[in-house]
Design a binder for this molecule. Structure first.
Ligand SMILES: Cc1ncc(COP(=O)(O)O)c(C=O)c1O
Length: 399
């Protein structure tokens, strides 16, 4: 760790006139080995024996561990139609394909997310129509979604910002009314629930990410959960070129006609092995995120410079992020850094990227949210003393 930090520091110092290289940025977000990190990889040592067994089993591609992992995930999603994949981005791309989104179709999406939510729309050759967000949650506004529907609209992508579920009843009503598919980007929302039912059981498609710093990591990985069995079966083919891996074959799969082209998006047994072990811990991981968030929400009430996000009690956030709105946010971020606490806006609004320039549009809710939003560490790695120190620091700065 010390050696890595020295290299990073040296790179940043030596090339201070250049852009900081990406690995250094990631390192800084995780605390750079100093201070309290915003994110941390959860990787228990107990993974080791399981991992060795898989690595030496003679089968490391998509095999029995993938199937086992999918069965084990089903109760978490309240849905049996689980397809594990190599990333959350792949899950979104596959969802768009299964929603029959193609060239020049329109997909209504949110700008307030990781670029990964919107790049798959470009990959499908479709057009992005930005809907505004609720500036007090960061989530897509169903009223604006409905306003943006045209005869070309095929799907809506709804991101659960920080793990707080979107207005799923309203969105699914809109989906039914206009015959368009609702795709949840639940990359932040593993283990969250809405109206008492887990995220994964509400919409046509729900996409999860098991990337390095998520609640449940398989190093890289993701899952697509489908409402209907037909989409699930088609998705199973399309995640591996369109080839059926399950049928009886005389000669490997050489005799099979591939009817519809697919991708190489499947998960492998190595990632699934990690995922299976992580499932023994993820309940506690989520519990700790939520306890820390409840503690912050209680302590941050009534601070003049700080607004808590407006969370309803008909849903449970997974609190991947603890986002709050702070006036003069940049000064606040600077002070938090000086206090040794890593904070960040985490995702930049997407609509201002050059790659999305043709879709630009006025989004007052996004502009308001972006002006003040900032996330502080909330995860399982915080000790009680660190959590108290973070709260004391925030209160001191936001009086
Ligand atoms: C909101 C959101 N959607 C999608 C993704 C993409 O997931 P992955 O990194 O597994 O491709 C991420 C990122 O990690 C994300 O934060």
């Amino acid at each position: 760790m010390t050696e890595k930090l020295d290299i990073t520091t040296e790179l940043v110092t030596r090339r201070s006139h250049e852009t900081i290289p990406a690995p250094a940025v990631t390192h800084l977000l995780s605390g750079g080995g100093q201070g309290i990190p915003l994110f941390k990889v959860h990787m228990p040592e107990s993974i080791a024996p399981r991992m060795v067994a898989t690595l030496l089993s003679g089968y490391i591609g998509q095999g029995p561990r993938v199937e086992e992992f999918e069965h084990a995930l089903a109760p978490w999603f309240g849905n049996e139609n689980v397809l594990t994949l190599n990333s959350g981005t792949s899950a979104l791309q596959l969802a768009l394909r299964l929603a029959d989104v193609g060239r020049d179709d329109e997909v209504i999406s949110t700008a307030m997310t990781c670029t990964a939510s919107n790049v798959p729309i470009m990959a499908a050759g479709a057009k992005i129509v930005w809907a505004d967000i609720d500036p007090l949650t960061g989530n897509i506004d169903p009223l604006d979604v409905e306003r943006k529907i045209t005869p070309r609209t095929k799907a809506v992508i709804a991101v659960h910002w920080g793990g707080y579920p979107c207005e799923l009843a309203e969105l699914n009503d809109i989906g039914k009314k206009y015959g368009i598919k609702i795709i949840e980007d639940a990359a932040h929302a593993f283990g969250a629930s809405y109206h008492g039912q887990p995220i994964g059981s509400h919409s046509d498609f729900t996409c999860f990410s098991f990337q390095a710093i998520k609640h449940l990591t398989t190093v890289d990985g993701g899952a697509l959960v489908c409402r209907n069995t037909e989409s699930f079966k088609r998705g199973k083919l399309l995640r591996w070129y369109g080839i059926d891996r399950e049928g009886e074959r005389k000669d490997f799969r050489c005799e099979e006609d591939v009817r519809e082209w697919g991708y190489k998006f499947h998960m492998n047994d190595v990632s699934a092995t990690i995922g299976l072990e992580q499932l023994n811990y993820v309940g506690n991981v989520l519990r700790r995120h939520r306890e820390n968030a409840a503690y912050f929400r209680e302590r941050f009430k009534g601070l003049p410079r700080l607004t808590l996000l407006d969370y309803k009690n008909d849903r449970v956030s997974s609190y991947w992020l603890f986002t709050m709105l702070v006036r003069e946010r940049l000064d606040f971020m600077h002070e938090m850094k000086a206090a040794g606490i890593v904070v960040s806006q985490v995702h930049a609004r997407n609509d201002t990227h050059t790659m999305f320039r043709e879709f630009r549009h006025v989004l007052p809710g996004v502009t308001r949210f972006v002006a003040d939003q900032v996330s502080i560490p909330v995860g399982w790695w915080l000790t009680d003393a660190q959590r108290e120190y973070i709260a004391d620091t925030v209160i001191r700065l936001c009086q």
